[in-house]
Design a protein around this ligand. Structure first.
Ligand code: SF4
Ligand code: ZN
Length: 420
């Protein structure tokens, strides 16, 4: 194995060998957790005059001012400028933060957008590692890897909770929403190619995401447009073109081209992957799914849980329990990791009947996706306010009470064919 060592001015090592390193709670100095407090990671394109190269600013407390073992907010905004820089490249650069921060010895990173989670180990802290060093790493790596488009780069890291709340809600989320909206007019049928993504193979060596306009990567951070931009920036990189010239079954979303691509990029671990089925050759999951969908046999439907949801689901499993069944790059028919945005897609488990199968979601998630999901339900089935028929934890967390609620509401899944 060739280990690439990059010289960065930080008090711990930085190498791809540390990418898979996990920091247990007992070894941790502090953590940051976007699923519990306000966090964000964001790249913004600026004019050359607005960016001071290598300026790193920390707004709020440093690690030594945080209570040992505490959960904190963090938001970092990386501002870049360059003649060839395009806003289309912002999410591509952003998605690399996961790799960059993970390459730091004693620092662990998962998630993305406003859901990242970071742990700093006691050892790294004792070696002198501080928040500002995250800025050093982001600066150096962005300049290294995106030299073709980034001429100047500055990093501001917020740890002040009020500032993190402001950055998350007033700056980052509107940017993420706008990006998501750009995809709305694209369908899988309207494009000539899909893209693979293998960014997560550091953790899940056989995992391959197939990214299409109507099915974004399960991390929620790689849309078809992002994959396309990644391929433009780095033609030999993690996102490769997948042609779609040889369909096998349009309903399942299976293609000879897709099978060939996943076979190649999984080094033979995967033979067949469908784009639209949760039961037949479903897409694999790494560990970064925003949501997990699992079949609920009593109602012929599916339950969806998101990472932020800490409670119980009608499957008798919590999100981490569902995650342990779904991740690791293996195919688990009946369970599927996916992005939040996919929930309102017309391709969401289309082979099994589509979004009509959704019988339960945590209340907060339901509210987040309601507008888009209801629009899709109206278009596909003529149902008004579909989410009113979908259960949540305030209605039921056991299958009997859920079926009772669904019956009362006349939920369509009850009269559909069993999924298994
Ligand atoms: Fe790429 Fe999929 Fe990992 Fe997202 S989850 S970074 S799309 S491999
Ligand atoms: Zn992943």
């Amino acid at each position: 194995i060739k280990i690439k060592i990059t010289k960065i001015d930080i008090p711990v090592a930085f190498a791809s060998a540390f990418e898979g390193e996990i920091i247990r709670r007992k070894d941790m100095q502090v953590e940051f957790d976007g699923s519990r407090v306000d966090c964000a990671e964001l790249v913004q394109t600026r004019d050359m005059s607005e960016v001071e190269d290598h300026k790193i600013t920390v707004v709020g407390p440093e690690v030594d001012e945080m209570e040992f073992g505490s959960k904190n907010s963090i938001a970092y905004v990386v501002e870049v400028a360059g003649k060839k820089m395009q806003p289309d490249f912002e999410p591509v650069i952003e998605r690399k933060f996961h790799n960059y921060i993970n390459c730091i010895e004693g620092v662990y990173h998962t998630g993305q957008r406003d859901m990242q989670r970071i742990r700093i180990s006691i050892e790294a802290f004792n070696a002198g590692f501080r928040i500002k060093h995250i800025g050093e790493v982001l600066y150096s790596q962005v300049k290294n890897e995106f030299a073709a488009v980034v001429d100047k780069c500055q990093v501001t890291i917020y740890t002040d909770p009020a500032e993190c709340t402001r950055i998350r809600h007033e700056v980052a989320i509107p940017v993420f929403d706008k990006r998501d909206e750009r995809l709305d007019n694209l369908t899988d049928e309207s494009v000539d190619v899909y893209y693979s993504c293998i960014l997560c193979q550091a953790f899940s060596p056989s995992h391959v995401c197939v990214v299409t306009p109507e099915r974004l990567g399960l991390c929620g951070a790689v849309s078809w447009l992002d994959a396309k931009a990644t391929n433009q920036l780095d033609p030999a990189g993690p996102c490769q073109v997948i042609t779609k010239e040889r369909p096998i079954d349009e309903n399942l979303g299976s293609y000879e081209d897709v099978d060939e691509a996943v076979r190649k990029f999984s080094q033979g671990a995967l033979e067949h992957v469908t784009l639209y089925s949760i039961m037949q050759d479903p897409m694999t999951s790494c560990g970064c799914f925003e949501c997990i969908c699992g079949i609920e046999p009593f109602s012929n439907g599916v339950v969806i849980a998101n990472r932020e949801y800490a409670g119980m689901t009608p499957l008798g499993m919590t999100f981490p329990e569902m995650a342990s069944m779904t991740g690791g790059g293996v195919q688990t028919p009946g369970f599927m990791g996916h992005g939040k945005h996919f929930i309102s897609s017309k391709k969401f488990m289309k082979a099994e009947g589509g979004i009509e199968r959704i019988v339960w979601m945590p209340k907060e998630l339901k509210e987040t996706v309601a507008e888009r999901l209801n629009k899709t339900a109206k278009e596909l089935y003529g149902i008004d306010n579909f989410t009113d028929m979908v259960g949540d934890e305030t209605i039921a967390t056991d299958p009997e009470a859920l079926v009772e609620f669904l019956t009362e509401k006349g939920h369509p899944a009850l009269s559909m064919d069993p999924m298994m």
